[in-house]
Design a protein around this ligand. Structure first.
Ligand SMILES: Cc1cc2nc3c(=O)[nH]c(=O)nc-3n(C[C@H](O)[C@H](O)[C@H](O)COP(=O)(O)O)c2cc1C
Length: 172
């Protein structure tokens, strides 16, 4: 296959570093995935979320199997995708492990409720997708969790989204 042509400020190739550099050009919404694992409630900040199907409503998220959070999620049968609003930078940081807060201290930063599955639902989320795990697939370094959506919430039309772009938070 022909070598990829470099952009004006880019480099060609596809090793991990150049892949991550190109991925930094994608603007992605920030979510906290919550779950109920073997040790109780757990949560982690991710951008790797996607809609899979609307029949049945199905979503996925990807979690690095070498992260400290992974063992907490490993046996989870339920999860909730909590899509963050602009005000949730401290929540995003805490669930990304910044500040080294324990699980209770992370959850204490916001108000939570539950819907159908019992997974924690962020009350002020832009949207929440309460899911039962339907399948998991290990792919390279990550585990892909698929979930059938049992309940959703959505915030106000005027709410602003928390995104991650060029290695920093952007509210839009
Ligand atoms: C904006 C943002 C997006 C992230 N997206 C993902 C992701 O999609 N998947 C993932 O496994 N980790 C993601 N992380 C990293 C985790 O939140 C966490 O920081 C990482 O797993 C290291 O935490 P540990 O202390 O559990 O090892 C993201 C972190 C940030 C700040």
């Amino acid at each position: 296959m022909a070598e990829q042509e470099a952009g004006e400020t880019g480099v060609s190739g596809a090793d991990g570093a150049t892949f991550r550099q190109a991925m930094s050009r994608l603007s992605q919404q920030v979510h906290v995935i919550t779950g109920i694992g073997a040790k109780g409630r757990c949560g982690v900040t991710v951008t790797a979320v996607a809609s899979v199907s609307d029949d049945p409503p199905t979503v996925l998220f990807c979690l690095n199997r070498s992260s400290r959070t992974f063992p907490l999620f490993e046996d989870a049968k339920v999860f909730c995708i909590n899509t963050l609003a602009g005000e949730h930078v401290p929540v995003a940081d805490a669930f990304a492990g910044r500040g080294n807060l324990d699980t209770d201290a992370r959850f204490a930063l916001a108000d939570w409720t539950t819907m159908e599955t019992g997974a924690p639902v962020l009350k002020a989320a832009l949207a929440s997708f309460d899911c039962r795990v339907s399948q998991v697939i290990d792919m390279a370094t990550h585990r892909i969790f698929f979930g059938v959506v049992e309940a959703t919430t959505n915030g106000a039309d005027t709410a602003r989204a928390l995104t991650y772009y060029n290695r920093g938070y952007v509210v839009c």
